[in-house]
Ligand binder design. Structure first.
Ligand SMILES: Cc1cc2nc3c(=O)[nH]c(=O)nc-3n(C[C@H](O)[C@H](O)[C@H](O)COP(=O)(O)O)c2cc1C
Length: 206
């Protein structure tokens, strides 16, 4: 073998080695950062109401795993800052089925495949801003046939009544997955659980 061709073979061999090494490192990286199946082809929206940031922390974490657009909703008139005034009014709203008008424009669910409604549990059910949003989007037909999931936080209550309320307010939507719940004083730290829930939701729903 001439020295030129042996140089050539050597450089070929080192090229192959480099390629193999590159692949060996690139594969685990590609797996770690590979978007969850379906995320790229389906459009997902997370709509969140959060008064003190707990639900928002988990909804943002879930949105990241879902590759979702993230939007918050806010009441046009803020609730009273004083806790017992605020909770009294919210209780009255829930018991009378009152609305809480929202700052516009509302997040438009119509161009999404999957919509996650994130709301704290209020008096066993949805927060009034979240129920107002669902009512309005359902009324204009934006949720018809959409996949809808719910994510909640609470002091201690479970998510069932909040989920049932969402299903009642948006009867044309197709509710999917188990509702997510994180409760108690450390609820906002449960971002890993919210992300695991989001990944499972994608596997099941899309
Ligand atoms: C008006 C109001 C009603 C609430 N009702 C309940 C309830 O029925 N059950 C419960 O476990 N927690 C209840 N909570 C506690 C909240 O669900 C909990 O603190 C939640 O994590 C707050 O989320 P946020 O920070 O996103 O607003 C209530 C809180 C408020 C302000």
């Amino acid at each position: 073998m001439s020295s030129a061709s042996s140089r050539l073979n050597l450089s070929n061999a080192s090229l192959v080695r480099r390629r193999l090494l590159g692949t060996a490192f690139a594969l685990p990286l590609a797996c770690a950062f590979r978007p969850v199946r379906g995320a790229a082809s389906r459009r997902t929206l997370v709509v969140c109401y959060s008064r003190t940031g707990t639900t928002e922390a988990l909804a943002r974490a879930a949105a990241e795993s879902l590759g979702a657009d993230f939007r918050t909703i806010e009441p046009r008139e803020p609730y009273a800052a004083e806790y017992s005034d605020m909770t009294d009014l919210a209780r009255e709203e829930k018991h009378t089925g009152a609305r809480r008008e929202l700052k516009g424009p509302l997040p438009d669910a119509s161009s999404y495949d999957l919509v996650v409604i994130a709301s704290p549990v209020w008096w066993g059910g949805l927060s009034t801003p979240a129920s107002t949003y669902l009512t309005d989007e359902a009324r204009v037909g934006h949720l018809k046939g959409k996949l809808v999931a719910t994510l909640h936080t609470s002091g201690s209550s479970g998510p069932r009544a909040a989920r049932a309320e969402a299903e009642r307010l948006a009867p044309d939507a197709r509710f999917v997955g188990e509702p997510f719940i994180a409760s108690g004083s450390r609820a906002r730290t449960r971002t890993d659980q919210a992300q695991a829930w989001a990944r499972k939701l994608l596997e099941e729903a899309l």
